[in-house]
Write a protein that binds this ligand. Structure first.
Ligand SMILES: Cc1cc2nc3c(=O)[nH]c(=O)nc-3n(C[C@H](O)[C@H](O)[C@H](O)COP(=O)(O)OP(=O)(O)OC[C@H]3O[C@@H](n4cnc5c(N)ncnc54)[C@H](O)[C@@H]3O)c2cc1C
Length: 386
């Protein structure tokens, strides 16, 4: 069965070689113990995959977004999970696009080599949810510093990161000209801040995701860590969202490939009533349907990459790629679990683990409803609903 796209064949092959050292047993062990897959992250860092999008002048490989998408798709198609390190690939985009030359020279080479981990992205807060403009974490300018107070939630990988890209209010919402004004982005060195007002608490979740809540109590950040202009942070964060959505969509496509490969193999091999279960149309059709959906999603990922790489607006395509790929992976997960019958629930088949993992993408980093709202408003011209 041909499940693998044809682009970036060499990169895909080298990702598969690295992933071969991390079979289901490895991921199952991490999942069971709630352990961060440090060995895997080290291997992909050393292979240079996480610096793919950083320009060569800053020590990265300067590859296009489609190459990064291929890397993450292959990780997921191998049965692994890129969530432990995918942010290292794309969070730096905000710094690259909006940071000063000095900031780029100071931080990007370390991020490219993996010596510096920029894995934490502090946007979501418990009180604001999807309504980012309502965040309350506040950074107050005092001389050469900002003093930060507030709380973030779902800050993934904070315990495994040196730096955090932090979004905070610098002007209260009531005093800002627009609700999206008065937000600023900082590159926070968590090594300096831990124990000096910064507290990280892990959150246990239904899958192994190393996510946390983070508390800021008079955390001091040098003013030099402000990225771009004060008050324009919302725009800076938005400018990175399309790349994030496309890359997560690629991970979903990888999950779908894994589920479909696994489902088809099992359906061919499992004999019940004296014949392979895959001979029954009731078993074949959900797998075939999910396959068609996955191929459609892959095409949308490719289209979104193409526009992104051409420097064209890809908001609609990036959102649709994420929507279609998350739906395809979830449909493939469902078909795979059903095909495996009772064995789908057994840990050793990895199906239940991947099933839990891929469910996330209906909610994060952006929920399906919010993508539909985006399409309704920005593509179809319907009234804004929120
Ligand atoms: C495992 C995990 C990891 C995460 N990692 C990070 C991270 O590293 N950094 C970070 O900043 N955030 C992270 N997030 C947060 C994630 O981006 C949010 O959970 C997501 O954006 C949804 O926000 P919420 O959970 O507050 O849901 P809410 O905003 O409370 O929404 C709840 C439900 O209501 C729906 N809803 C809300 N408003 C509307 C509306 N106007 N129209 C229709 N439906 C609506 C939503 O679609 C959703 O289904 C993570 C979340 C999880 C679960």
């Amino acid at each position: 069965m041909s499940l693998e796209p044809e682009d970036h064949a060499e990169i895909r092959e080298s990702v598969r070689r690295v992933c071969a050292a991390f079979p289901g047993e490895y991921w199952r062990g991490c999942d069971r113990d709630g352990r961060y897959p440090a060995e895997f992250v080290k291997a992909v860092t050393e292979a240079g995959f996480l610096g793919a999008l950083i320009p060569e002048e800053f020590g990265g490989s300067g590859l296009p977004l489609s190459a990064a998408a291929a890397i993450l798709e292959e990780i997921h198609a191998s049965g692994g999970n890129g969530a432990a390190c995918h942010a290292q690939m794309y969070i730096m985009g905000t710094l690259l696009r909006h940071g000063s030359e000095e900031q780029k020279r100071a931080w990007l080479p370390g991020i490219a080599s993996g010596a510096l981990r920029l894995q934490a992205f502090g946007v979501t807060e418990p009180g604001s949810g999807t309504d980012t403009s309502s965040i309350r974490t506040f950074a107050e300018r005092r001389g050469d510093e900002y003093v930060v107070n507030g709380q973030k939630v779902w800050t993934s990988r904070a315990e495994h990161s040196d730096l955090m890209l932090l979004l905070a209010r610098t002007t209260p919402k009531e005093r800002a000209a627009k609700r999206t004004d008065g937000l600023s982005v900082f590159l926070l060195d968590m090594r300096e801040a831990l124990g000096r007002g910064l507290t990280i608490r892990p959150i246990r979740t239904m899958m192994n995701h190393s996510t946390t809540e983070v508390f800021f109590d008079d955390v001091r950040i040098p003013a030099a860590c402000l990225v771009g202009e004060e008050g324009k942070g919302f725009r800076y964060i938005l400018s990175g969202m399309n790349a994030e959505r496309i890359l997560i969509a690629a991970e979903c496509a990888g999950d779908a490939r894994w589920f479909l490969g696994k489902a088809a193999d099992y359906a061919r091999e499992r004999i019940v009533f004296g014949r392979p279960i895959g001979q029954n149309q009731g078993v074949q059709f959900p797998i075939a349907k999910a396959y068609a959906r996955m191929c459609a999603a892959q095409l949308m990922v490719a289209r979104a990459c193409q526009l992104y790489e051409a420097g064209r607006n890809c908001g609609a395509e990036a959102n649709m790629a994420k929507l279609l790929a998350a739906d395809a992976s979830w449909e493939a997960a469902e078909a795979c679990l059903q095909t495996h019958g009772g064995f789908g629930f057994a840990e050793e088949y990895d199906v239940e683990r991947k099933f839990r993992e891929t469910r996330l993408y209906q909610v994060a980093p952006i929920s399906t409803n919010l993508i539909l709202s985006y399409l309704a408003e920005h593509v179809l011209g319907l009234p804004r609903s929120y």
